[in-house]
Design a protein around this ligand. Structure first.
Ligand code: ATP
Length: 345
């Protein structure tokens, strides 16, 4: 496979963008390393697509700078046209031309001189579609069409690849297969990529780092493991993964909670909420809580239990653990030091 000749960093500083009075990007600060897959994760409407479109040059920001490598493409007095930014983009709706063959779709973004030099064949080979050049998009499956869209975006050898929810139109099984395949291709190419999703599992699986976006700003940028175990804010903690925010009393390096003492990563005093992941709770026979709900996932089971004071906790147990609604149980914390946040009022 031909690796990206020049993976470049992408640097965004103080980026602001509004639609009328509505501020959609509110001072975005983001650095993507050369060859890194950075995933933008956030709820619907937080501004992910607008950020990608602004980087691609499809929207004009009202402030801030964007640089690709050492070249400023947006800044005070600077505006580089989209076609001159060397950015490839893959959209959720694939946007293929239905009347053109796969090969001609891929050739579309190439300079005339490059169309006949084997580049189209090369990128179709990269995405595993060598045999499909003569077909029209309508004769391909959804997953194959998305791979054509990827080949088209890669053909001009972009410095940065932007992918906006590229799997959202695919059913679950195909989505997971294609995700693995595209992940492998991006890593082998070593291209700098920014990938947008609102799906936390997708973000964790694909991202070298994940930028969590909320209401027009970036809340935290970190590796998936850091985000999960050390969320910087209460909002990130509750958005990323299933979480219990357990009311407790900060006693310095530990918290007193309804299920006993829990060690904290940072010292806290007074009313706090302690981050407790479901897999850090252990269930045994007892009389402290009642099982209200059992959700069987195959690889594990999620229990919703209710303590005597009314507190509800999600608890992840192995699939072999047999519990039924109404069972009386004991809940113990088995995790390491965890984060806590001042109690919300
Ligand atoms: P989703 O995950 O649903 O695609 P998103 O995080 O990508 O959401 P954006 O599409 O960037 O969010 O939209 C952010 C906000 O900007 C939304 O409130 C949206 O309604 C608004 N918006 C987006 N495009 C326009 C436009 N062309 N004109 C006016 N408002 C817009």
């Amino acid at each position: 496979m031909n690796r990206s000749p020049e993976a470049l960093p992408l640097s965004i500083d103080g980026l602001k963008m509004s639609f009328g009075d509505h501020r959609v990007l509110d001072g975005i600060q983001l650095d993507v390393e050369p060859g890194e897959i950075l995933v933008l994760l956030g709820p619907s409407g937080c501004g992910k697509t607008t950020l990608l479109r602004t980087v691609a040059g499809l929207e004009r920001p009202v402030g801030g700078t964007i640089s690709i490598g050492s070249r400023c493409v947006v800044g005070a007095g600077t505006w580089v046209a989209p076609e001159r930014r060397r950015i490839g983009m893959v959209f959720q709706d694939w946007a293929l031309f239905p009347h053109l063959s796969v090969a001609r779709n891929v050739a579309y973004g190439l300079a005339r001189a490059e169309r006949g030099n084997g580049r189209v064949h090369e990128v179709l080979d990269t995405v595993g579609l060598t045999e499909f050049g003569g077909r029209t998009p309508a004769t391909l499956s959804g997953g194959q069409q998305q791979r054509v869209a990827l080949a088209r975006a890669l053909a001009p050898r972009p410095s940065v690849l932007l992918l906006d929810e590229p799997f959202s139109n695919l059913d679950t099984a195909l989505r997971v297969d294609l995700r693995t395949e595209i992940h492998r291709i991006l890593l082998e190419l070593g291209i700098t990529a920014v990938f947008v999703t609102h799906d936390q599992e997708e973000a964790f699986v694909l991202g070298d780092r994940v930028a969590v976006m909320h209401d027009g700003h970036i809340e935290q940028v970190a590796t998936p493991a850091d985000l999960y175990m050390r969320p910087a804010t209460r909002w990130v903690a509750s958005f990323v993964g299933t979480v219990n925010l357990l009311a407790g009393d900060g006693l310095g390096a530990r918290a007193d909670t309804p299920i006993g003492a829990i060690p904290l990563t940072e010292s806290h005093r007074g009313a706090i909420e302690v981050l407790v992941r479901p897999e850090d709770l252990h269930i045994s026979d007892g009389d402290q809580a009642e099982v209200e709900l059992v959700e069987y996932y195959g690889h594990d089971v999620m229990l919703l239990v209710r303590l005597q004071d009314g507190t509800r906790l999600s608890v992840r147990t192995p699939p072999s653990f047999m519990a039924s609604r109404g069972d009386r149980v004991q809940v113990n914390y088995r995790g390491t030091c965890t984060a806590a946040f001042p109690a919300s009022t």
